[in-house]
Design a protein around this ligand. Structure first.
Ligand SMILES: Nc1nc2c(c(=O)[nH]1)N[C@H]1C(S)=C(S)[C@@H](COP(=O)(O)O)O[C@H]1N2
Ligand SMILES: [Mo]
Length: 352
């Protein structure tokens, strides 16, 4: 793993560890924490469901396992800071880690459907947002706060949203949120709150720091009237990256296999992936392979005859609304370094 920090723990797999496998092994799954991993006693742990509900609930892990149908969903998590390093190269972003393309991974998640738990509690008609709170404490703000966030009721009650206790068929590891985390497929990783202790139905979005202040896309510049809106990040924007060959690789001449991932959230689908060897003048379609399901990335592959010497390989994806990725990271730079969706590039050298 490439470790960006130990307390809190932040680490991403190198591209080679993500390449070639649609389900990321647990020891290669990226980790993104804002506080120290809390020590949770699963026997004493309870999940509180409260707020705008008819019947507030207090559930043990056994209540969740025995009381609700078990569901499994293959879903990709992607941090909003994935590929921030490409934005840092444009302009400095103080205090934020230089994530490469590995702040994303895919697992098979098992747990109870959040919609089933919310149905048991009974949402009142004025419930519009479902807020999540973990029991880790972040000191990134003053006074310190537990990590939290929210999603609109329409997403919270969609069948793919889980309260997960297992990952790839194993008990949820401590660093990924044991004993229970939310998994909100298609939305930025920050909404998949780990070490979950409270689910609250509200009329408005969560006022937690990570919903109300961080994970918002600020304008690059204040502008002439200083009134550009901050965008609260929700669904993941279309993105793609090259996993192999690695940046800086030396390759034997001849045919080279190029592989990587493409992903989009919010219920959209990756419709096409293309690679260019000439800075975007011409594009070659990649093979998308079979889909592992509507909430997971696509692992694509293409083969190319690389010329001798240095070549920069670029990738871009298209989605089913015919949106594609911007060429230049300068056009998407923002002060917190989120959502770098610009073409991903690696430079390789071919020679005898
Ligand atoms: N309680 C809690 N939940 C959290 C976080 C956190 O710091 N604390 N980080 C979030 C962010 S920003 C991301 S990208 C994902 C990362 O999940 P992972 O560490 O399992 O990959 O968890 C989210 N859930
Ligand atoms: Mo994140």
């Amino acid at each position: 793993m490439r470790v960006h920090g130990t307390h809190p723990y932040n680490a991403e797999p190198p591209p080679s560890a993500l390449a070639g496998q649609v389900i990321t092994p647990l020891d290669a799954f990226y980790a993104r924490d804002h506080g120290r991993v809390p020590v949770v006693d699963p026997a004493a742990w309870r999940l509180t469901v409260d707020g705008l509900v008819e019947r507030p609930l207090e559930l043990t892990l056994d209540d969740l396992r025995a009381g609700f149908p078990e569901r499994t969903v293959v879903a990709t998590l992607q941090c909003a800071g994935n590929r921030r390093a490409g934005l840092l190269a444009v302009r400095d972003i103080p205090g934020e880690d230089p994530w490469g393309p590995g702040a994303t991974s895919t697992a098979s998640w098992t747990g109870a459907g959040l919609r089933d738990v919310l149905a048991r509690a009974g949402l009142t008609p004025d419930a519009a947002h479902i807020a999540f709170q973990g029991c880790d404490v972040s000191t990134e703000m003053s006074p310190p706060q537990p990590f939290g966030g929210s999603v609109p009721v329409i997403k919270a009650t969609a069948p793919e949203v889980l309260l997960a206790w297992a990952m790839n068929g194993e008990p949820l590891p401590p660093v990924h949120g044991a004993p229970l985390r939310v998994v909100v497929p298609g939305w930025i990783g920050a909404r998949s709150v780990k070490w979950l202790t409270r689910v609250t139905a509200r009329a408005t979005p969560s006022d937690n720091y990570y919903q109300a202040v961080a994970y918002r896309l600020l304008p690059a510049d204040p502008g002439m009237n200083g009134r550009a809106e901050a965008i609260t990040l929700g669904p993941v924007a279309l993105n793609s990256a090259i996993l192999s060959p690695g940046d800086g690789a030396r390759l034997a001449p001849g045919r080279t296999e190029i592989t990587g991932y493409a992903y989009t959230g919010g219920g959209r689908a990756v419709a096409r992936v293309e690679v260019s060897l000439d800075g975007g003048s011409t594009w070659h379609p990649a093979d998308l392979g079979t889909s592992p399901g509507p909430w997971a990335w696509r692992h694509w592959r293409a083969t190319a005859d690389l010329p001798e010497g240095r070549t920069t390989i670029a990738v871009r994806a298209w989605d089913d609304a015919a949106a594609t990725q911007p060429e230049d990271p300068r056009t998407v730079w923002n002060p917190k370094g989120y959502a770098n969706t610009s073409w991903h590039r690696v430079t390789v050298t071919c020679g005898p």
